[in-house]
Design a protein around this ligand. Structure first.
Ligand code: AP5
Length: 309
């Protein structure tokens, strides 16, 4: 089920506050779509604002989304549509900082973080058949076979929270076949972020990485140490975070990375991942803000065009 929120602002300058009942109902209901009008109790004296929630059982066609208009007795109505949510892929070698940046992106942009490695570790923790098979590959630093990973990621991506809030795909696709599987589903990101980190730094990051099992927060003994002794005491290390295993993971990464990059050349942002965490995020943040701005401009002009027809 999809949903679209429209904010309707009615300017009633210098007139008494209109009551909700004085607004005509907006004819937006048929067998596919239904609408409900909510108003806040605290209407200001010169301005009323309402929120129109439209629920639909199928995805609203773009044409209908922009052609919806409404009028009130007290003045013109401005309809503001939410821009399409962001769809982002983040990629890079093992320990290049993908998970760290995802935490910051998620916090600021509210995207749903989908990490292939985390989904696999959840299968391992649940001792499923897929988890048992996946662990054999992960211990050798190899890619887990597509028949496990592709469906797992696809199902997560298509869940309503990711569709409505946007998604941040971490560590997927990692091979040409995985990228092709996304393309075949018509799933394409707005931006493909590549964290570029020198090899010596990667090994140091892997070996010093620790995880807080309670909060999921990623630490590094040198670069992001735990805030206090209590947290330090409960930190754990991932089973594949040894120097020996990271070398195997790096080898797998090098064998596949070019083929994946070739699919996303036109939407790629290469970031210097050797830089401090905040600097890496600043660059990503700038790119994401600019995409969102473009999306809302495109959406507004489509809406204006739709309303004049
Ligand atoms: P996965 O869990 O995805 O591991 P990875 O790609 O090796 O990446 P990491 O999680 O190790 O690192 P990261 O880039 O998130 O870095 P982080 O932010 O933690 O995959 C594990 C395995 O699962 C794979 O080997 C494979 O077997 C399997 N798998 C996963 N996806 C698959 C797929 N699509 N297909 C098939 N198999 C798949 O940072 C690392 C450390 O550095 C931290 O301690 C952090 O604090 C520190 N740090 C981060 N940024 C900075 C910075 N800028 N400066 C200083 N320190 C930093």
């Amino acid at each position: 089920m999809g949903s679209l929120g429209l904010a309707l602002s009615s300017m009633a300058a210098a007139r008494p506050t209109p009551s909700l009942a004085s607004f005509p109902s907006v004819p937006l209901s048929n067998n596919k779509y239904s609408a409900s009008l909510h108003s806040s109790d605290s209407l200001e004296t010169s301005r009323a604002s309402f929120c129109l929630e439209i629920s639909c059982h199928r995805r609203l066609p773009a044409e209908l989304r922009w052609k919806m208009s409404a009028a009130t007795r007290s003045g013109p109505v401005v309809a503001v549509a939410k821009p399409e949510p962001l769809k982002i892929i983040i990629s890079g070698a093992p320990a290049s900082g993908k998970g760290t940046q995802c935490e910051l992106i998620k916090k600021k942009y509210g995207l749903v973080h989908i990490a292939a490695g985390d989904l696999l570790r959840a299968e391992i923790a649940a001792a499923t058949e897929n988890g048992k098979r996946a662990k054999e590959y992960m211990e050798k630093g190899m890619l887990v076979p597509d028949e496990i990973v592709v469906t797992m990621v696809k199902e997560r991506l298509l869940q309503p929270d990711a569709q409505e809030n946007g998604w941040l795909l971490d560590g997927y696709p990692r091979s040409l076949s995985q990228a092709t599987a996304l393309e075949d589903l018509g799933i394409r990101p707005d931006l493909f972020i590549l964290l570029d980190v020198s090899e010596g730094i990667l090994i140091e990051r892997v070996v010093g990485r620790r995880l807080d099992p309670l909060t999921g927060k990623i630490y590094h003994l040198k670069y992001s140490p735990p805030e206090n002794d209590e947290i330090a005491a409960r930190l754990i290390q991932r089973f594949d975070d040894t120097e020996e295993k990271v070398k195997l993971r790096l080898k797998t990464h090098h064998q596949n990375v070019e083929a994946v990059l070739s699919i996303y050349k036109d939407v790629m942002l290469k970031v210097n991942g050797d830089a401090p965490i905040e600097d890496v995020f600043a660059e990503i943040d700038k790119a994401l803000s600019s995409i969102l701005e473009k999306k809302s401009k495109t959406d507004s002009s489509s809406m204006a065009a739709g309303m004049t027809h």
